[in-house]
Design a protein. Sequence first.
Length: 542
Amino acid sequence: MIRTVPTAPYKDQKPGTSGLRKKVPVFAQENYAENFIQSIFDSLEGFAGQALVVGGDGRYYNREVIQKVLKMAAAAGFGKVMVGQGGILSTPAASHVIRKYKAFGGIILSASHNPGGPTEDFGIKYNIGNGGPAPEKITEAIFERSRIIEEYRIADAADIDLDTVGSFDLAGMTVEVIDPVADYAALMEELFDFAAIRDLISGGFRVVIDSMGAVTGPYAREILEKRLGAPAGSVRNATPLPDFGGHHPDPNLVHAKELYDDVMSADGPDFGAASDGDGDRNMVVGKGMFVTPSDSLAIIAANARCAPGYADGIAGIARSMPTSAAADRVAEKLGLGMYETPTGWKYFGNLMDAGKVTVCGEESFGTGSSHVREKDGLWAILFWLNIVAVRKESVAEIVRMHWAEYGRNYYSRHDYEEVDTDAANGLMDALREKLASLPGQTFGDLKVEAADDFAYTDPIDGSISTNQGIRVLFQGGSRVVFRLSGTGTSGATLRLYVERYEPDATRHDVETQAALADLISVADEIAEIAKRTGRDGPTVIT
Ligand code: VG1
Ligand code: CO
């Protein structure tokens, strides 16, 4: 039986950089999740009888919302829903399942790297049939719909047992509970040289992966410990927990510090890696070398042919605007197309669909390729292991040789979290007003060459995205970028991105913050960060 339930709209269901993210108590309000799910379905056309993929990162509230999605999908007329066992699907695995089974789309439940638990974050995101995040046109339509929604439809049926693989009937619709790992692990085995990585590991190369109590645990165990032969226990924090074991599942030098310290210690592992809540981010650390995500993109692109899935070379590279230009130098040398997009993976989809780019990356620990339409943490980790296995050089050697060849892009991001929203908006407004007067001005040794508010015209469909971050570009290739986060759930987060290019190999050993010190202070001078936010420093430096 299908029930139509009257509801009243909520005004705050605007998807951000990656779906709708709110605290659990917000999502738990009467009809809140239902309104948003119905708004998604109301914004789509032609899905009758088609398949929908559903899964999440296992965080608190995941199972409850999955049951709602299943019953509402049945009411909306989907023919089938494929859901990961236990409600689990990493974001890249969900993207793969959508593509492999030609589903109409998918709903991914995650707030990514944000903490989980009864008072922490939850999120809902819609992905289209190419496996990628819905483009702005669709997220806008969902938001518009959510503002006027008056009713939703739901099947009156018992909950589905999510823990048993198999096919079930839900009010005439099929629910297929699938193994969340199998298809993804098989895809990784196609792309990478597992034999070479197995030899590397059996030869004594010690690898650890920290899944941070989040979704990649079962994936990493299957791939690293079972298929690649790493000793049991090589995957740490491998059980997905509703609160991630109290961890903040963000793979960076702050939240994955234990792993970093371990790899850096004299008798620690040779290679360490971590992924975030939903498995799309990665951090790679080699003995004596932390790989910045921007460098990782460049180095993967430069060495792509090491991996069987990329043996014929790559079509082109894309990076988000704040990501360093390290990859641009690789594209130039290899004669590849290079694209600069706004922040968020959704902007890469059209470029990949059109065959313009193969490899994409973001400075926020996101790297991926056209094998799916999401960034992919384990993919990046395996790519690095594949490169190390083929080149028979350490991570540190590979990175240093890359810098020697292309120059080094010193890079850092400073986050000012939970800043007062008005103060953050005021800072950005004031910057915008200053833009025209900045070019030609000199700050110490730094002369401003150009300054703008980044806008992007999609080369495939011509859609335009404005206000994507303020850039101040200096002569010689240094720059500072200011943006407000679109994924936070309380207050505003100001992100300051700082980059300096150093071609001289004798100067590649400076500590990053020291190498960027002059730019960091100029950024504060231009944007009045300390004065306007009342903070004397960032909350997180990556
Ligand atoms: C952040 C990152 C962005 C990333 C997004 C989603 O967005 O900066 O690069 O695509 O998170 O990543 P923002 O708007 O807060 O800067 V994830 O791992 O949350 O899916
Ligand atoms: Co994520």
